[in-house]
Structure formats: C-alpha cells, structure tokens
Design a protein around this ligand. Structure first.
Ligand code: F0G
Length: 429
C-alpha cells in the first residue's frame, strides 16, 4: 500500500509481522496490530519543514489536519484519499475550566470541532481511505455513538454502505441522529458496547465487511494527528502533560504512538507525560494501573459519559505501552466530577460532551493530588462537541440527574415567566 517508506503490520503483544496490504485486525496470538514503518529512512528536520509548508493550505488532501502529516499516517497519492478536511481544530486557553482545575497554563484542544463533531473523524478519514484501497463496498463498526456518526459520514462521501452496531438503551441522541441522517444501517443490539464489539468482529469476518473500529490499525494512524497538530500549534514546544479520556483506549494509544514517532525522528526532544482518565463506572485500565493487576474487563460498565461506557477495551495493551513510554498515569473520575467539570468547560464558552470533560475533571484531580503541578503546561483533549448530548446538559442544568446521583452544582436553570416586563425585572434581579 505504501510505496516509498517500507511499512508493515506488527503485533503489539508478540511483535509478529504481517504484510500491510492484506486485511487483518488481530495477530494470530490475539494481540492488536500496529502499523510500523522504517523511520530510519525519514529525515525528521525535512519532514517538519514539509509539514510547516502545508500549514494553512486552502485546498487539497494535505490541507486536512490529518493528511498534512501523511508521511507518518499513510503515504499514498492524494487522489486516493477520502477526506472531509478534518482536523485543523482550535486549541483554546481553558479559561474558567483552567481556574477550576487549578492550572495556570491549561489548553483545551477541541476535537469536537471536527466535521462530524468528534475526534473520530481523524481516524475515520484514514480508515475509510484504507477501506477504499482494499476495495471494500461495506464498512461496519460497533459504537457508543461517535464512531458510528463519523463512519456513516465518511462512507456516504465515498459511496460505501455502512452498518452500525449500537448498544440498546442510552446512546446520546445527537450521535444516533447523525448515524441515521448519514444513511448508516443502524442495528441496535440487545447488550452493551462490549457485546456489540464482539458481534461486529464476527459479522465482518463472516460477511466480508471491512471493520472500522479502532481495532483497525489504520484508524489509530489517523488519530495520531491530534498530537502532531497540537505540537505544530505550539511550534513544536512540548507540553508537560496531555490529559485525555479513555474508553476503548484507541485514542490515547494513538497519541503516544504518534509522539513516540516524533521523538524517534528528533522532531520533538522531550517526552510529555500522558494522563488517561476513565469514568469510575467504566474503569478497567484504572483498576489495572492502580493495583498493578492483570487486565480484567469490567462487567456492566455504566456512566453518564456514554461515549466511554466500555468495560472491555480492545486497545488496553497499547494503552499500557504508551503509559510506560510517557511515564504516564491513569486516573478515574466520578459522575459528579465529570458533570461539574463539564459545567465549567461549558461555562467557559467552549463546551464539550460529558466524556470529553473527563480531561478537565481528571486534570483537576491530578493537580489536587500533587501529581500535576499548577505551573505545568497541560493540554487537555476535548473529544466531542457539546451538541452531541443535549440531554446531559439539560438534565444537569434542570437538576434532574439526582436519580443518577448527580447534583446540578453549577446549574443554570431556565426560568418560566409571564410575558410581562415586571416578570422580566424580577427574573433579572
Ligand atoms: N470521548 C468521546 C467523545 C468518545 O466518543 C470516545 C469513544 C472516547 C472519548 C474514548 O476514546 O475509545 O479511543 O478511548 N467513543 C467510541 C465510539 C467508543 O464508539 O464512538 P477511546
């Protein structure tokens, strides 16, 4: 598939190698696969200059915030790329959310500003491009919502059929709406995300459908671009920390893989620490990390941050590898902590969906614990748009989440008043 720089698939568990141009998601040993390339053939300084020259391009595949870095993503001719000019997302000073977290130098990289409103578009542009190269006509995924919204969109622009497996019960409405709107064949299954993940793997194998979950190594390659773009926005000055939510654990694995490649190429000369934040009710990585225990899935995961309601993440082994490389940490946050942090991200005028706000809730907790110092430079990744999950916002601000044990601590409730001046005066007092 890639011509100039030799690349291959390699098992993250046993290092067995496979050809890159044959469809494969797992090693014979069951381990997840990485795309590997021979970095010794790449001149880091020259590559950085190429990327700088592409910054701000108005059109073409390399104007995308993913394909700008295509040499380390998937080095193919531009005309083969399926893109919505994704990436190029803003990075905001955290404002009130920074004060809340107790950080002086806190930036929020808003991946919710991608075309379909989440970071998934970065992986999906690469995944659907690979699907096309493999001549797939149908793609599928299991999803807590954002992956399906993204996949349905990218399948639509590239004339592929998309089949979506979502867990019954709560997936955020904005995400379900997108999947339906973009024409994804949406199958709601009796079971949770982990069940859907198992089923979709079986379906793809049996029905010869291309699988676009983050178990697909090309998805991870695209998602590396979040880190690349943050670094470029910072003129390659490395922050002390990245703080990122963890669900199926693809995104943090992509972040560490990408940063490691930059480090090996000498494009950065310092290794940032990575903090992965999980919800208390869906915390297999946290348990493993905290207790120095073998991996064990969490049964019946539950959290208001439905995006990360995952008990059996496929990329846990890659996540651990990245944490070790970056001297990272794993933290967990409660439902109340997630929603209060979200209220702060929202009140700062930035806004993000609940799972995203684990970054801020987790940063605060790590500052309080003395693990992150208030002066350190921290980049929090906001993974999804505030409009993805309006129910969570309204529930919090109307203080209707008590049944889930969540108080509307910073609620901004709407008032119902008479259409009269006096009533307005009273309300504005
Ligand atoms: N934040 C949001 C908004 C997400 O949608 C997800 C994952 C994550 C964080 C966690 O990222 O899985 O790479 O650790 N959502 C997937 C989905 C599972 O189906 O949309 P991860």
């Amino acid at each position: 598939m890639e011509k100039e720089i030799k690349s291959w698939l390699e098992c993250a568990h046993c290092a067995k190698k496979y050809e890159i141009d044959k469809i494969r998601y797992l090693c014979d040993c069951g381990g997840v696969l990485d795309v590997k390339r021979d970095l010794s053939k790449i001149d880091g300084e020259k590559l950085k200059q190429t990327w700088e020259n592409r910054w701000g391009l108005k059109r073409g595949a390399t104007s995308s915030g993913v394909w700008r870095y295509k040499e380390l993503i998937l080095d193919i001719p531009d005309e083969q790329i399926v893109t919505r000019q994704e990436g190029n997302t803003r990075m905001y000073p955290a404002g009130k959310a920074g004060e809340y977290a107790g950080l002086k130098n806190f930036l929020l990289k808003h991946e919710g500003e991608n075309p379909t409103g989440s970071f998934k578009d970065r992986g999906m542009t690469c995944g659907t491009t690979a699907a096309k190269l493999f001549k797939a006509s149908t793609v599928a995924c299991a999803s807590t919502g954002n992956t399906s919204a993204s996949m349905a969109s990218y399948a639509a622009i590239s004339d592929m059929r998309s089949v979506i497996f979502i867990p019954e019960g709560k997936i955020a409405y904005g995400k379900l709406a997108q999947a339906l709107a973009f024409g994804g064949k949406t199958l709601q299954i009796e079971g949770n995300f982990d069940d859907a993940m198992e089923l979709v793997q079986e379906v793809c194998k049996e029905l010869n459908i291309y699988l676009l979950n983050s178990i697909n190594p090309f998805r991870i390659e695209g998602q590396k671009a979040i880190g690349f773009e943050v670094l470029q926005q910072l003129d390659w000055e490395v922050p002390d920390w990245f703080v990122i939510p963890g669900g199926n654990l693809g995104n943090n694995s992509a972040l560490s893989k990408g940063l490691q490649e930059l480090y090996e190429l000498g494009i950065i000369n310092k290794i940032p620490r990575i903090a992965v934040i999980q919800a208390e009710g869906a915390n297999p990585l946290y348990r493993m990390w905290k207790n120095n225990a073998p991996y064990e899935a969490v049964k019946d995961p539950d959290t208001i941050a439905t995006a990360i309601k995952i008990g059996n993440p496929v990329s846990w082994e890659k996540a651990i590898r990245g944490l070790k490389w970056s001297n990272g940490v794993v933290e967990q946050v409660s439902e109340q902590e997630i929603m209060d942090a979200k209220a702060m991200v929202d009140a700062a005028g930035i806004g993000a969906e609940p799972a995203s706000c684990c970054s801020v809730a987790g940063a605060k907790k790590l500052v309080d614990a003395g693990i992150i110092s208030p002066d350190e430079k921290v980049v929090g990744i906001l993974t999804g748009n505030v409009l993805k999950d309006p129910d969570a916002v309204i529930g919090y601000h109307k203080d209707e989440l008590q049944g889930k044990g969540i108080k509307g601590t910073y609620a901004n409730a709407p008032l119902l008043i008479k259409a009269e001046l006096e009533a307005v005066k009273e309300a504005l007092k």
